[in-house]
Design a protein around this ligand. Sequence first.
Ligand code: KG4
Ligand code: ZN
Length: 341
Amino acid sequence: MSKITLGIESSCDETGVALYQMGRGLLAHTLHSQIALHSEYGGVVPELASRDHVRHITPLIRQTLNLADLTLPQIDGIAYTQGPGLGGALLVGASVANALARALDIPSIGIHHLEGHLLSPLLADPAPEFPFIALLVSGGHTQLMRVNGIGDYILLGETLDDAAGEAFDKSAKLLGLDYPGGPELAKLATRGTPGKFKLPRPMLNSGDLDFSFSGLKTAVLTLTREQPQDEQTRADIAHATQEAIIDVLAHKARVALAQSGLSQLVVAGGVGANRLLRERLDVEIGKRGGKVFYPAMEFCTDNGAMIAFAGALRLDRHEGDKNYRFNIHPRWPLMDIGLKN
Ligand code: KG4
Ligand code: ZN
């Protein structure tokens, strides 16, 4: 029987649990989102996030086992998000994972959250093959990477200030939309008039693969102050904002592919759920003979499946251990992880 890995994600505002079996795939996954809890504060409140993870993590593990018709002793290893993320939230997942692994006398392994995102399109069918270019666009990160294999990641470019998700969220806030604003802004933008407003495309022609989104946020702020705040104008501004962000992401992804000579682009992270981004990339990359791979919609944002999967791949390489001593890394560059064996 090939090995079964339990994966636990708790780096921010979702508690995710999943079971992955090598050779069979994803057996079950569950998710508890804290969006409702944090929405009245307009953003994630770290202490509330930690407490909510504590409340939900054990019931979710039980529920996931039930869904897969498995019991705890049938698990062969436990993977948890070790960073980056909120310290308290990470500690909840890390301590539950290690306590459970110790009780079951099975290995545990800490996983880099971004590695989880990066490898999540491999869960889909068809899956990309190494090497590929990855566009990682989440609430905290915007990076272009060359992925040669598990643990072999070369950073090609990244944001110098705000992440793409942050640009969506902050602009959405200026338009009076609820947290997290990305999907709300995308929804409002569908009613916007194309070309009504033109916003800057920061660093579009900078000649490198870096990004900058803080200037865009300032431009949105100026526009919202100058323009009347009726529904149509807000939709027009949302449309222009989304266009500007997507233009830059699509352009730089295209350049990264051209420079590397590779043909596969993988898009991961919450902003990868944006439909217009997907459409634009499919057309522009497809036109040049390339192919774009995405995780299933539900695995674009944070989830336990990506952690169970990355954990299964690393446990398969005998990277886990039975020390049960753990630390967490709230800040942790992906380039630092490599392979342990
Ligand atoms: O990967 P993720 O769930 O969490 C982090 O690791 O950051 O990404 C969350 C980000 C948020 O900024 C959210 O607004 C954005 O992804 N997002 C979207 C969409 N869905 C989620 N942004 C634009 N359009 C969407 N449909
Ligand atoms: Zn994430």
